[in-house]
Design a binder for this molecule. Structure first.
Ligand code: SF4
Length: 389
């Protein structure tokens, strides 16, 4: 069973902090969905017989493309990689990019989960980070989504924005909770090089909140979400019971997925070997390759067993549930405690594990705050002694 990801690299306009692979929508968009359909047929020859548990159309902003074209891609995906009954089928949408009719078409076409990129309910902050929409646009999209029959909606929020106070952030969360979406993603802004915001901060035109203030904001946000029935199940993700995003759990469980479209990444097992590969990042190069009937792959690397183990730790510890000892044993034929005794002991001494459930290796809340430093301890593992006879 696999997950399918479709990358739609178009947006109405670039946000000031964004370094994702996306461009302002242009004439290549007309050919893009046909290229995705062709890539599906090429990949199906490589991976016949795969069935699909989850599908995710992300970007970019998928809903800048016509809903009928998106639904045609979804139909093709179902034809080549048949969907399980009750498969979770998500699409990302930004306020101002989908009419009520388009959302209804998407719902009728098979999409059953909508992820709306709001980021903040303050128009002042939305403007400052270059979002094209207002809070009111979001409210309208949210109500269209409900009326169109979407019963599983995620709303994205951000903290650590320039000019944002804890009050701003908590009021965004409160406003969103009042609408009762099934899922809320609450991310911290990451200042990426080569973005207008990065340049503005570097030149003293913009100022981000201090690190401690961001940590306090995040903490208060977690408390507010959890006290309102949104369980934190991953570093930045919160859901009502039963609405955890199954597609993203595929990534955090280090399970196989196939990515389609420009710059899409995949992680697949073939003949007992694990590969990670990515498509051409340039939209033109991607379209050219697919037009010539070629798989648009740009890079493929073999992931050895030790790298797989580390990645399973790196991704699995992002989940509040942590890593099941049994599933690690099943996958790698060894006990995670025997592979990483030093890292586990060191972080036990530091009081970072939650040891209430003996079946899982999992971090407590402080441990999740210090995830990067915990992972450095796992990364230091020298595997040579495991290779010696
Ligand atoms: S909408 Fe999302 S992908 Fe598009 S520019 Fe903004 S942050 Fe980037």
């Amino acid at each position: 069973m696999i997950a399918l990801y479709f990358h739609i690299p178009y947006c109405l306009r670039k946000c000031r902090y964004c370094d994702f692979c996306s461009v302002t929508v242009d004439e290549t968009a007309n050919r893009y969905c046909d290229a995705l359909a062709r890539e599906l047929s090429l990949r199906a020859e490589q991976y016949p017989m795969e069935r699909t548990a989850t599908v995710f159309f992300g970007g970019g902003t998928p809903t800048v493309l016509p809903s009928d074209a998106l639904c045609r891609v979804l139909d093709q995906a179902n034809r080549y990689f048949p969907f399980e009954k009750n498969a979770e089928i998500s699409i990302e949408c930004n306020p101002k990019t989908a009419s009520q009719k388009e959302l209804a078409d998407l719902r009728r076409g098979g999409f059953n989960r909508l992820s709306i990129g709001l980021q903040s309910t303050s128009d002042r902050l939305l403007k400052r980070i270059g979002r094209v929409h207002s809070y009111n646009d979001f409210l309208q999209t949210f109500s269209f989504a409900h009326e169109s029959g979407f019963g599983n909606i995620n709303v994205d929020l951000m903290h650590g924005l320039p000019g944002q106070t804890a009050e701003d952030y908590l009021s965004s969360i409160e406003n969103v909770i009042a609408l009762s979406p099934e899922h809320i993603s609450a991310y911290s802004l990451i200042l990426e090089e080569d973005t207008p915001l990065f340049d503005d901060v570097a030149n003293g035109i913009e100022k981000l909140p201090e690190e401690d203030a961001v940590a306090d904001m995040q903490d208060a946000g977690i408390d507010l979400l959890e006290s309102n029935g949104y369980r934190r199940y991953e570093v930045s993700n919160f859901a009502k019971a039963g609405y955890e995003c199954q597609h993203n759990l595929t990534y955090w469980n280090n399970a196989p997925y196939l990515g389609f479209g420009a710059a899409a990444h995949s992680s697949m097992s073939e003949n007992g070997k694990w590969y990670r590969f990515s498509n051409q990042a340039s939209i033109q190069a991607y379209l050219r390759k697919v037009d010539h009937g070629k798989v648009p792959e740009a890079e493929r690397i073999l992931i050895n067993t030790f790298e797989q183990m580390f990645e399973t730790i790196m991704l699995g510890l992002r989940k509040t549930e942590g890593i099941s000892y049994e599933s690690f044993q099943k996958r790698f034929g060894c006990d995670v405690r025997e592979i990483y005794p030093e890292a586990i002991d060191k972080n036990r001494r530091n009081g970072l594990w939650d040891e209430r459930n003996p079946e899982f290796l999992r971090l407590n809340r402080r441990g999740m705050d210090l995830l990067n430093s915990v992972l450095c301890d796992f990364q230091e593992r020298n595997y040579w002694d495991l290779l010696r006879p």
